[in-house]
Design a binder for this molecule. Structure first.
Ligand code: SAM
Length: 293
């Protein structure tokens, strides 16, 4: 077994050897605790049949742990300065493929078809760059990828949003999207001391496992998510105001929206953030004929 990358000493030595300086703008906080890494890999239930997809391998701390357990690891890294470092630190592993690309611009279906066609199980595992946590999660959720789910490290504040209850400040469109597509669970909270450099927020590891089918029946997912986003657009406004102001064509259809709310017994003066996922589903099903594109 090779020496772990994720110790303070080895990480410092690698960074010094390459004269690497962290870019805050890329969310570069590297893990320097092998125990945490093992817990992440355990939570993801990685076996020798698993293809792991990593976002942001950094100097390879998590990649290495995944490579030891998975059949193959495909990792997207945006920072070209890390490529020669990764080629060096991951040289003992012949089952790792690094792709130099912004994950938000990547064609994940194509990469999976090309790199992970021969595995029976696929899981995303990552210590996410915090400046793009939400767009990355939304991309992974909405693209209907052939994956089992994801285990990701993110800001604790975002983890709180995933499990939030209606009517709380953390409850929002991310909560609904995560609930719609997955079963979510917080695996652990993580102190800032396990990162180099230390971030100025606390972190958490969450596990999202894709549901075989959504928990509510939605006639048109496009309209469902438009209605959800519009309802949360201005949190101080009423539901009716948000729907008329923020749905494309909402103003012209104000009367029909009022009628739909009345038929469902949803008070138009409520705030969008008080609706649960079942109410959003019935509201969007009632509005689908008006707003379907
Ligand atoms: N996995 C490493 C670890 O745990 O030590 C590094 C994690 S660090 C929090 C996030 C990594 O994501 C950095 O290596 C950063 O360069 C990379 N990154 C940032 N934005 C990215 C993007 N849009 N696409 C791919 N990688 C990105």
């Amino acid at each position: 077994m090779h020496k772990d990358i994720a110790t303070p000493g080895r990480t410092k030595e690698i960074l010094e050897r390459y004269g690497f300086s962290f870019k805050k703008s890329l969310g570069q906080n590297f893990l320097i605790d092998t125990n945490i890494l093992r817990k992440i890999v355990n939570a993801a239930d990685i076996s020798c049949d698993t293809g792991a997809i990593e976002i942001g391998p950094g100097i390879g701390a998590l990649t290495e742990q995944l490579a030891r357990r998975a059949k193959k690891v495909v990792a997207f890294e945006i920072d070209s300065r890390l490529l020669p470092i990764l080629a060096d630190t991951l040289s003992p592993y012949d089952n790792v493929r690094i792709i130099h690309q912004d994950v938000l611009k990547a064609d994940l279906h194509a990469v999976i078809a090309e790199e992970l066609a021969d595995v029976s199980d696929r899981m995303v595992v990552a210590n996410l760059p915090y400046y793009v946590t939400t767009p990355i999660i939304m991309k992974l959720l909405t693209e209907r990828l052939p994956i089992r789910g994801m285990v990701v490290m993110l800001q604790k504040e975002v983890a709180d949003r995933l499990a939030a209850k209606p009517g709380t400040k953390d409850y929002g469109s991310l909560t609904i999207a995560v609930q719609y597509y997955t079963e979510a669970e917080v695996v652990m909270t993580v102190p800032r001391t396990v990162f180099m450099p230390q971030p100025n927020v606390d972190s958490a590891v969450i596990r999202l496992v894709k549901r075989p089918r959504p928990p509510v029946v939605v006639d048109d997912e496009g309209v469902f998510f438009q209605v959800v986003r519009a309802s949360f657009a201005q949190r101080r406004k009423t539901l009716l105001n948000n729907l008329t102001n923020n749905l494309l064509g909402g103003k012209e259809n104000k009367e029909q929206i009022e009628r739909a709310l009345a038929a469902l017994g949803i008070d138009p003066r409520r705030r969008g953030e008080t609706l649960d996922i079942a109410e959003f589903a019935s509201l969007s099903n009632a509005l689908a004929p008006l707003f379907r594109k």
